[in-house]
Design a binder for this molecule. Sequence first.
Ligand SMILES: [Zn+2]
Length: 475
Amino acid sequence: MRLFNLLKKYYVKIPLKITNILGYASNIIPAKKRFGKVYEHQLNQLDKEQYASSEVQAKRTDERFLALVRHAYDHVPYYRELFDQHQIKVDTFTSIKDIQKIPFLTRQQLTNNREQLVAENIDRNQLIYKTTSGTTGNPVGFYLDEDTVMKEWAYINHLWSRIGYKPDSSRLVFRGAVFREQARKGKNWQYDALRKELSCNIFDMNAKNLKDYCRAIERYKPDYIHGYMSAIVILAKYIAHNDLKLKHHFKGILAISENVIDAQRKYVEKIFGCRVYSFYGHSERLVIAGECEKSHEYHIEPSYGYIEIVDEDGQVIDDDQIGEIVATGFCNQGMPLIRYRTGDMASWSTKASCSCGRNHLRIQSVYGRWRQDVLVNQEHSFVSLTSLNMHSNVFDQVVRYQYCQDTVGEVTLKLMVNRPLTSDEEAEILRQLNQKTQEKIAYTIEYVDDLPIKANGKYSMIDQQLDLDSFFETV
Ligand SMILES: [Zn+2]
């Protein structure tokens, strides 16, 4: 395991005082160097290639695809068997168009064939195991090359730079935050000088805490807000309802993980007086697409992965109909995934070009990936569903799950399972949930035979029966 991943693993155990001293010292080193060679190389490459012509991009996509299928056939048992079974001859492939000869890979197939999908020529110790959050279906486990995390950080920084973000910009962070000694002091926020992050707890966005967050904003003056849109909206509403006049002005808002709905975007931009920027990505890290400075369409990063949009029958769509995103990643050698059905929906842009001058393929907004759902804890605070992401293997045996709430502070977790969970597994799920929501929601596990999927292939992760609007008045 490389130093960075080790550091990441143990980072939260380092006392805040020490990270802050390190932080003030290390900020002398330019951020580009501080994040290491993989990051620096990737970021330079992206800066250099972003305005490449369509022809050059198409040629590179062909080359990347041909290298990927060759690697898959030579080193990945699953693909060797699949290609032989379907008489797919990668030697005869000439361009990305040949991708349509390869069958799709579903989440279920990935789960069933996980070990056969690992490349034989890669050292297993160099791979990181991750699981999807399961917000769009079954949680899925998979492996990533260990440098994927730093590479992805370079892509994200490159995208954010479109609204002025620099690698050493500071951020107010609203995501599944980890708190150290601050929590023991009853504080719900912390400032980490090493990361230049003012992190605020999103599990407990009540009036008292929101007031503290605003004070901390005035003190640390972070350049950007970074996090789940649902949490940022709660802060914006608090500021508007209480007619607060923040002296500090943010440079932009970096929305992650959730769909940005137009009404939310307009509202938040009005309250904070700056641009909301979002990008589409997913846990499996096959594709990434970010807005540009000139529009809200998502520009697909061609070196990261390839996107197809398919209809219900699996036919490739080339007009502007809405269909499912099928993704093929170019970055993960350890576990190459080809034509993976993401469950996310999108449509191609209808505009011939974008005024930014980049020639990337573009998709219009991504649909239905995340619903604006929250749970309400015993203190009447909202808990964003995304913040409950269970990135761990306790859900390996769970086919689907759903949070159901009709009483404040109480939630029934409905589980559809492959086999009944052991009492240890149940206890582990409850332990993790209780930790995430700080014992302020009482969970009950209930087993069900089915959790119906809607016509569009989605199902709601949350069945919220409370009238959420009534809670806003109390904030
Ligand atoms: Zn553009």
